[in-house]
Each structure stands twice: as structure tokens, then as C-alpha cells.
Ligand binder design. Structure first.
Ligand code: C5P
Length: 206
């Protein structure tokens, strides 16, 4: 069973994906971490963030253990990720790892921007998670505050808007719901209600 969870930054898709994976006893891959790790490696190698060759080398040599780095969770890492994510060769290099994860015996849950459209177009269930921009910014703000990061709500809002625009307008695998995805707006739902709604949608498909 393959479950694809897509949606914009801070929509709650990551939390939902983890809960869904636990519920069905499936492994879960946060694919945003792959792009975040590539961006970090490009900078560590001393290249410009938009250098396609450095990004391709970083993507091809990415090791799963790198995804555990807590620094990958910051808004700056997310912003840098959306820059390398525009490079088609980087996306192709990361596709191999994502498809291998998705097709392991028993299935998997993957969350990202293009899981339902590109990575797993034949997924058994696809959910596109959305929430109003202000709601997403507030959630991300509280999350960053909890980690002791010095952020402002205005800064987070600007970051989310910039990233939405970049992710939705790129030529290669832009962020969008698959034609056969179910839409789930979590603006007015807490995590339990969002989880219940997602389970209901998935059960109708499997
Ligand atoms: O989901 P997260 O915010 O961690 O993703 C960081 C960035 O990585 C996104 O803004 C997007 O540019 C990129 N990404 C992507 N495709 C995915 C997952 C993430 O392009 N499947």
C-alpha cells in the first residue's frame, strides 16, 4: 500500500504522514528532507546554492543518515531546499531513492510536493493537504519558537509565500494536487480531527 501526502509548507502534511504511517504500520519518508540535505551539502562544499552541478553531485552522494540532522528543520534550510528543488537533474537523482522507498514490500507513506503527481503516480491513496497561509505561518512560528529559534511571524509568512510561489511555478514537477488526489483543508482542524479525516479518505480508496 502506497500513500502519497502532498501539500505546501507548514500545511501539517508531515505530522499527518507520520500519524498515518504509524496507524497502518508503514515506514514514512519526509521527502522535503532530501532537498534540504542537498541544499545544505552544496553550501558545505563551498558552492553557490543555485549551482546545478554541485547540487547534482550532492544529490547523487546523499546518504540517508544525513536526514537526521536537526538543522535541516529550520526555515532557512527549507528556503534553500526550494532553490535546489528547481533543478530537474536534482529531482531525477532523488527520484531513484524515493521510488525505492515507496516500493519496498508492504508499502510506505511519502510526503512532499510531487508524490502523487511524479514520484508515485499509481499510489493507492493520495491526499493534498492545504491550510490558509496565515494559519500555516502561525503553526510554523510556534514550532520554531518551541525549538528556541529567533523568528518573527512576518518573517515566516514571507518565507512561506516565497516558497509556495517558487514550488508552484517551477517547470519541473511543480507543487500541485494530482488529478485523483483528495483535498484536505486543515485550517480549522486540530491534528486529531485532521488525522480522522485523512484516515476516512484513505479508507475509501483502499
Ligand atoms: O516539505 P519541506 O518544507 O521540508 O520541503 C522543503 C522544500 O523541498 C520545498 O519547499 C520544495 O521546494 C522541496 N520539495 C520538493 N519536492 C518534494 C519535497 C520537497 O520540491 N517532494
Amino acid at each position: 500500500m502506497i500513500i502519497a501526502i502532498d501539500g505546501p509548507a507548514a500545511s501539517g502534511k508531515g505530522t499527518l504522514a507520520k500519524r498515518i504511517a504509524e496507524h497502518w504500520g508503514l515506514p514514512c519518508l519526509d521527502t522535503g528532507l532530501l532537498y534540504r540535505a542537498v541544499a545544505r551539502d552544496v553550501v558545505l562544499l563551498g558552492f553557490r546554492i543555485d549551482d546545478p552541478w554541485a547540487a547534482l553531485i550532492a544529490a547523487r552522494s546523499l546518504h540517508p543518515a544525513e536526514l537526521l540532522d536537526p538543522d535541516l528543520r529550520t526555515p532557512q534550510a527549507g528556503d534553500a531546499a526550494s532553490i535546489v528543488a528547481r533543478i530537474p537533474q536534482v529531482r531525477t537523482a532523488l527520484l531513484v531513492y524515493q521510488r525505492a522507498f515507496a516500493t519496498q514490500p508492504g508499502g510506505a507513506v511519502l510526503d512532499g510536493r510531487d508524490i502523487g503527481t511524479v514520484v508515485c503516480p499509481d499510489a493507492d491513496a493520495k491526499i493534498y493537504v492545504t491550510a490558509r497561509t496565515e494559519v500555516r505561518a502561525k503553526r510554523r512560528f510556534l514550532e520554531c519558537q518551541g525549538r528556541g529559534e529567533g523568528v518573527t511571524i512576518e518573517g515566516i509568512l514571507a518565507d512561506i509565500r516565497r516558497r509556495d510561489e517558487r514550488d508552484a511555478s517551477r517547470g519541473s514537477a511543480p507543487m500541485r494536487p494530482a488529478d485523483d488526489a483528495d483535498l484536505l483543508d486543515t485550517s480549522d482542524l486540530d491534528i486529531e480531527a485532521a488525522f480522522d479525516a485523512a484516515v476516512g479518505l484513505i479508507k475509501r480508496k483502499i
